[in-house]
Design a protein around this ligand. Structure first.
Ligand SMILES: [Zn+2]
Length: 121
Protein backbone atom coordinates (compact mmCIF):
# COMPACT_ATOMS: atom_id res chain seq x y z
CA UNK A 1 0.00 0.00 0.00
CA UNK A 2 1.28 3.42 -0.93
CA UNK A 3 1.44 5.87 1.95
CA UNK A 4 -0.06 9.29 1.63
CA UNK A 5 2.61 11.85 0.90
CA UNK A 6 2.77 15.61 1.16
CA UNK A 7 4.31 18.40 -0.86
CA UNK A 8 7.12 20.60 0.42
CA UNK A 9 5.90 24.23 0.19
CA UNK A 10 9.44 25.39 -0.54
CA UNK A 11 10.75 23.11 -3.28
CA UNK A 12 7.63 21.19 -4.36
CA UNK A 13 9.07 17.74 -3.64
CA UNK A 14 6.07 15.46 -3.05
CA UNK A 15 7.67 12.72 -0.98
CA UNK A 16 7.07 14.05 2.56
CA UNK A 17 5.47 11.45 4.83
CA UNK A 18 3.95 14.04 7.20
CA UNK A 19 2.31 17.40 6.47
CA UNK A 20 4.98 20.11 6.93
CA UNK A 21 2.46 22.28 8.76
CA UNK A 22 -0.72 21.05 10.42
CA UNK A 23 -3.89 22.26 8.75
CA UNK A 24 -5.65 24.80 10.97
CA UNK A 25 -3.17 25.12 13.81
CA UNK A 26 -0.26 25.63 11.40
CA UNK A 27 1.92 23.67 13.84
CA UNK A 28 5.19 22.69 12.13
CA UNK A 29 6.36 19.07 11.86
CA UNK A 30 10.05 19.88 12.49
CA UNK A 31 10.85 17.43 9.71
CA UNK A 32 13.57 18.24 7.23
CA UNK A 33 12.85 18.07 3.51
CA UNK A 34 15.19 15.52 1.92
CA UNK A 35 15.27 17.68 -1.20
CA UNK A 36 15.72 21.35 -0.16
CA UNK A 37 16.80 20.70 3.46
CA UNK A 38 14.23 23.13 4.86
CA UNK A 39 13.24 22.28 8.43
CA UNK A 40 9.58 23.20 8.95
CA UNK A 41 9.35 25.25 12.12
CA UNK A 42 13.07 26.01 12.28
CA UNK A 43 14.41 27.19 8.94
CA UNK A 44 11.93 30.06 8.60
CA UNK A 45 13.40 31.54 11.79
CA UNK A 46 17.04 30.50 11.51
CA UNK A 47 18.12 29.80 7.94
CA UNK A 48 16.98 33.06 6.38
CA UNK A 49 17.01 36.62 7.60
CA UNK A 50 13.83 38.63 7.26
CA UNK A 51 14.68 40.66 10.35
CA UNK A 52 12.55 38.61 12.75
CA UNK A 53 13.60 36.44 15.66
CA UNK A 54 10.43 34.39 15.15
CA UNK A 55 8.90 34.79 11.70
CA UNK A 56 5.19 35.62 12.09
CA UNK A 57 2.71 33.32 10.32
CA UNK A 58 1.71 35.97 7.80
CA UNK A 59 5.38 36.24 6.77
CA UNK A 60 5.86 32.49 6.29
CA UNK A 61 5.28 32.68 2.56
CA UNK A 62 7.94 35.39 2.23
CA UNK A 63 10.28 33.22 4.30
CA UNK A 64 9.65 30.25 1.98
CA UNK A 65 10.32 32.44 -1.04
CA UNK A 66 13.59 33.73 0.33
CA UNK A 67 14.79 30.27 1.31
CA UNK A 68 13.74 28.89 -2.09
CA UNK A 69 15.67 31.65 -3.85
CA UNK A 70 18.81 31.03 -1.81
CA UNK A 71 18.55 27.29 -2.31
CA UNK A 72 18.17 27.54 -6.10
CA UNK A 73 20.89 30.18 -6.39
CA UNK A 74 23.21 27.82 -4.58
CA UNK A 75 22.50 25.16 -7.20
CA UNK A 76 19.51 23.30 -5.70
CA UNK A 77 21.74 20.99 -3.69
CA UNK A 78 19.95 17.85 -2.47
CA UNK A 79 19.59 17.79 1.34
CA UNK A 80 19.68 14.04 1.86
CA UNK A 81 20.99 12.29 -1.22
CA UNK A 82 20.12 8.85 0.28
CA UNK A 83 16.44 9.72 0.86
CA UNK A 84 15.76 11.76 -2.24
CA UNK A 85 15.11 9.66 -5.40
CA UNK A 86 18.40 8.87 -7.16
CA UNK A 87 16.86 9.40 -10.60
CA UNK A 88 16.02 13.01 -9.65
CA UNK A 89 19.65 13.94 -8.89
CA UNK A 90 22.82 14.62 -10.76
CA UNK A 91 26.07 15.27 -8.84
CA UNK A 92 24.17 15.83 -5.60
CA UNK A 93 21.91 18.45 -7.13
CA UNK A 94 18.31 18.35 -8.29
CA UNK A 95 18.11 17.83 -12.06
CA UNK A 96 16.89 21.05 -13.69
CA UNK A 97 13.89 19.39 -15.36
CA UNK A 98 12.87 17.86 -12.04
CA UNK A 99 13.27 21.19 -10.24
CA UNK A 100 10.99 22.88 -12.75
CA UNK A 101 8.45 20.08 -12.37
CA UNK A 102 8.52 20.48 -8.58
CA UNK A 103 8.20 24.27 -8.71
CA UNK A 104 5.31 23.97 -11.17
CA UNK A 105 3.56 21.80 -8.62
CA UNK A 106 3.52 24.78 -6.25
CA UNK A 107 1.79 26.87 -8.90
CA UNK A 108 4.35 29.63 -8.60
CA UNK A 109 4.66 32.26 -11.31
CA UNK A 110 7.96 30.93 -12.69
CA UNK A 111 8.25 33.82 -15.16
CA UNK A 112 8.88 36.08 -12.18
CA UNK A 113 11.83 34.03 -11.01
CA UNK A 114 14.72 36.08 -12.29
CA UNK A 115 17.08 33.84 -10.31
CA UNK A 116 16.12 30.91 -12.53
CA UNK A 117 17.82 32.65 -15.43
CA UNK A 118 21.23 31.81 -14.07
CA UNK A 119 20.18 28.23 -13.54
CA UNK A 120 20.92 26.04 -16.51
CA UNK A 121 17.66 24.66 -17.87
ZN1 LIG B 1 11.71 20.92 0.08
Amino acid sequence: MKMKTYICPICGYDGLDEPPYEKGSNAPSYNICSCCYFEYGFSEDHDIDLGYIVTPDEMKEAAFQLYRKQWIENGAVVGYTESYPKEFQVNGKVKPEILIKQLNRLELPLDNFTFLEGFKL
